[in-house]
Design a protein around this ligand. Structure first.
Ligand code: HEC
Length: 105
């Protein structure tokens, strides 16, 4: 009985978490649309406008998207000059990572 209660408690925490996610992801999507979509495919389908820019939905195949948080905070630098430098604040990063996670399936 106690075990079942614990499971129930976990489950309700999970639903609170899940309910908080969509707005974060929506913020992240808006951010990506405004700042990244000119080069990257940011959605669940489609090719990047700039061929060399990886579609955001493929990033998690190369590394856990959480790993991006650090480079986003420091300003992403890639070898490619076509990629401008970005520096995001913590809330923007969390929103953006939430959006990237929503693309994983
Ligand atoms: C002007 C075009 C352009 C814009 C705008 C742009 N990118 Fe990029 N991005 C690129 C290109 C080109 C690459 C590939 C660089 C390479 O592989 O040399 C890239 C690569 C990346 C990578 C992969 C880096 C890696 O090494 O795995 C991430 C993550 C990324 N961009 C995030 C973003 C984010 C977040 C934004 C918006 C805030 C953004 N980009 C906006 C052109 C752009």
């Amino acid at each position: 009985m106690r075990k079942r209660l614990a499971i129930l408690a976990c489950f309700s925490l999970m639903t609170i978490e899940a309910r908080a996610e969509p707005s974060r992801a929506a913020n992240g999507q808006n951010f990506a649309q405004a700042n990244c979509a000119s080069c990257h495919a940011i959605g669940p389908v489609g090719d990047s406008p700039l061929g060399k820019a990886p579609p955001f939905r493929t990033l998690h195949l190369r590394y856990p998207v959480e790993d991006l948080a650090e480079s986003l905070a420091e300003g992403i630098t890639t070898a490619h000059a076509a990629m401008p430098q970005f520096k995001l604040d913590v809330a923007q990063i969390e929103d953006f990572i939430a959006y990237l996670k929503s693309l994983e399936r």
